[in-house]
Unconditional design. Structure first.
Length: 138
């Protein structure tokens, strides 16, 4: 068995946003040479997430609205974490959307179901952040 590790760097210019990273993860998989195994994709920041879902703009807007309803950014004074920062809501949004995904690798490809894509969710952006891609297999 072998393993391959690589980081993808992103900079979302807004506070929040969703970025499809499937193509970048597929490129890392090709570089790895691994044909059968598992691919872990992990947001390495506590105010960002990685998740799998449909690439449909209405759904993404629904995620935004739902997350803002569950953990509204304002008023920032309503959060105990906001002492010098204003990102407590981002930590909660990340917890809801998840830290990482694992995708099977079959025949050198990500083994997705219909419509599945990998997304990076940013909840406290405007700076560079990284995503870890770790692939193990043969």
């Amino acid at each position: 068995m072998k393993s391959h590790r690589q980081e993808i760097w992103l900079n979302v210019p807004a506070r929040r946003g969703f970025v499809k990273i499937t193509a970048q993860v597929e490129a890392v998989l090709r570089e790895s040479g691994i044909r059968e195994g598992l691919c872990l994709v992990n947001a390495m920041h506590i105010t960002a997430s990685v998740f799998i879902n449909d690439d449909e703009s209405g759904l993404h807007r629904d995620f935004e609205d739902w997350l803002e309803h569950l953990a509204p950014h304002e008023p920032v004074s309503s959060y105990r974490h906001n002492t010098g920062e204003d990102n407590a809501d981002a930590h909660l949004k990340r917890q809801i959307m998840g830290r990482e995904v694992v995708v099977a690798v079959t025949g050198g490809r990500l083994d997705f179901g219909p419509w599945e894509q990998i997304f990076y969710g940013e909840f406290d952006g405007r700076r560079r952040k990284r995503v870890l891609v770790k692939i193990i297999g043969e």
